[in-house]
Design a protein around this ligand. Structure first.
Ligand code: CUA
Length: 331
């Protein structure tokens, strides 16, 4: 059990806890042993010198303390052999640390040519993962034992993609693509954290990495991509609401979060910051999704990012149907 496992446990995650050590979380990628080796190597050297220096300091403090009958001795000028020793040995150690660190960094930087590519988008405050067939999910599903290359981009501010179990961490910066890769070595579910403070919802900006056995991965992707079309529209809308993280900002119980609640939204008269009003209908909801700054509800900040291009027209229709159905459920 270590602090990352405790965070994961607090957020309802279970699988990261198994297999960790006091210092490190569970290890589930090909690069994890390399990263851990660098950590333990530097840690062991640091611990050894810490003990040596503090030990000698204490010894000298006691042995050469001022006491009756002892007089201060003149300092010797210098000792060439000693000075060379304490310069050359640390220099070699630092170079060895650099070598291991640099090698591991370069290994993480350069993905193998056959890597499976997933596009990762960060925005306040959720992750979305787009697969080669166009399917988008709120979690990262990957095949076991195959290199996965992530192309990371941000819709708004700087986030940082962090999977402790894979020892993978990369900033996600607006206006550029960052890349990172890993190869999962154990099936299971692991936690993705945002590790760059990005505003109110930063600590809730979590996702899962689900590692599937390779045969199951293809089957999962096929099924996930076609799943929405098999559902009634309102039900498909509810899935999208959950998958795309709408609920991070829009509650279903009437309480305001970062944005207005979806409860009772359908047919409600909304007042906007410019003083105008509208009765919520299909076109208003659609506009609020693709161009959220066009009409900002009074009392809220204009912080919603656009979903233009990130939700297909059909998906927007499903979400509208879901919002309608919420109204019907009420007495
Ligand atoms: Cu995104 Cu912190």
């Amino acid at each position: 059990m270590n602090w990352l496992s405790m965070v994961a446990a607090a957020s309802g995650e279970a699988t990261d806890i198994k297999g960790g050590t006091f210092w490190m979380p569970a290890s589930a990628s090909t690069t994890a042993p390399e990263v851990d080796f660098v950590f333990y190597f530097i840690f062991a050297i640091s611990a050894f010198f810490f003990a040596l220096i503090i030990g000698l300091t204490l010894l000298f403090v006691i042995r050469y303390r001022a006491r009756p009958g002892h007089h201060e001795q003149p300092s010797p000028s210098h000792n060439l052999a000693l000075e060379l020793t304490w310069s050359i040995i640390p220099s070699i150690l630092v170079l060895v640390m650099f070598w291991y660190g640099f090698k591991t960094f370069m290994d993480q930087y350069n993905p193998p040519a056959n890597a499976y590519e997933v596009l990762v988008t960060a925005q306040k405050w959720n992750w979305s993962f787009e697969y080669p067939n166009g399917y988008i999910d709120k979690d990262l599903h990957v095949p076991l034992g195959r290199p996965v290359r992530l192309v990371l981009s941000s819709q708004d501010v700087i986030h940082s993609f962090f999977v402790p179990a894979f020892r993978v961490k990369k900033d996600v910066v607006p206006g550029r693509y960052n890349k990172v890769w890993f190869e999962a070595t154990k099936p299971g579910t692991y936690t993705v954290f945002c590790t760059e403070y990005c505003g109110t919802g930063h600590s809730d900006m979590l996702a899962h990495v689900i590692v599937h056995p390779p045969e199951e991965f293809e089957a999962w992707l096929e099924k996930a991509a076609n799943f929405l079309d098999t559902l009634p529209p309102a039900e498909a809308g509810r899935m999208l609401f959950e998958q795309r993280g709408c609920g991070q900002c829009h509650s279903l119980d009437g309480s305001p979060r970062v944005g207005p609640s979806f409860k009772g939204l359908w047919g409600r008269t909304e007042k906007f910051t410019d003083g105008s009003e509208i009765t919520a209908d299909e076109n208003y909801i659609r506009e609020s999704i693709v161009n959220p700054q066009a009409k900002v509800v009074a009392g809220f900040e204009p912080v919603m990012p656009t979903y233009a291009g990130r939700l297909k027209d059909k998906e927007i229709t499903y979400i509208i149907e879901y919002i309608k159905s919420l109204d019907k459920e009420q007495p």
